[in-house]
Design a protein around this ligand. Structure first.
Ligand code: ZN
Ligand code: ZN
Length: 250
């Protein structure tokens, strides 16, 4: 799997686009979340209108799916023909059409490509597009599904938003790369995790690498050096702070 960080920011960060990850593997291209500020970075790296197979939406906050109108508009304008899958929790079909209709009324009915929807229920495995998909809820202000994505025995874990619970260990177990939100350095805030909580969870799940994303913008600005030192001090996995454009092969 090749993993490209398109964005690493939280909802309102002026320096970093919203957290979003491009995954290539099994001859497929997947996009994990598509917030307000993601399409620009996506189209810098993906030019062909058909070079995208599926979009995973972790939950329905704007910094995770309000980039869809711009993304879909450009795919439409550039002549996409291939079906596009949306994968996530139940309700995803209604939300995708709602956000599209608000931004560009009736455009989705003119698309020259089909929108397909696949629900991944927590605790149940799905096989689609050559990958195995597993999901588990996190503690967030809205239902959020963390994703365990497997290809040929290699696992990527992507938290979306929220603190992990014991349910998240199974889809994260032994992952090559865990991408986890760490809104604060330590302590707790309603609906979000901390970097220290991510480190504890990565150790529990046996993650080999841990990428911290979605850090609260003022925390990242003020505490970036302390945060990097904390991550570098970890011995049980390689923990780091990615920036947009970073590419990893796992
Ligand atoms: Zn959220
Ligand atoms: Zn978010």
């Amino acid at each position: 799997m090749e993993v490209t960080f398109l964005g690493v920011g939280e909802a309102c960060d002026e320096r970093y686009p919203n957290t979003s990850v491009l995954v290539r593997g099994a001859g497929r291209t997947l996009l994990l979340d598509c917030g307000f500020s993601v399409p620009g970075g996506f189209f810098k790296r993906v030019q062909g209108a058909d070079d995208l197979d599926a979009i995973w939406i972790s939950h329905f906050h704007g910094d995770h799916f309000f980039g869809l109108p711009q993304l879909l508009l450009r795919l439409f304008e550039t002549g996409r023909k291939k079906p596009l899958y949306f994968i996530g929790q139940s309700g995803i079909e209604d939300l995708v059409f709602q956000v599209m209709d608000l931004a560009y009324p009736s455009f989705s009915r003119k698309f020259g490509f089909e929108l397909k929807f696949l629900i991944v229920d927590p605790g149940q495995e799905q096989r689609a597009l050559g990958f195995k998909w597993q999901a588990a809820g996190t503690r967030h202000s809205q239902e959020n599904l963390a994703l365990g994505l497997d290809l040929d025995g290699c696992r990527l874990y992507y938290s979306g938003d929220g603190r992990p619970t014991s349910r998240n260990v199974e889809p994260a177990k032994g992952c090559e790369l865990m991408i986890h939100e760490g809104f604060l350095l330590e302590g707790q805030i309603h609906g979000h995790g901390s970097v220290q909580g991510c480190l504890d969870f990565a150790r529990e799940a046996g993650a080999k690498r841990l990428a911290i994303v979605h850090v609260q913008r003022d925390v990242r600005r003020r505490e970036e050096e302390r945060l990097k030192r904390l991550l570098e001090s970890v011995s049980y996995c390689r923990a780091f702070l990615p920036v947009p454009g970073d590419v990893f092969t796992i």
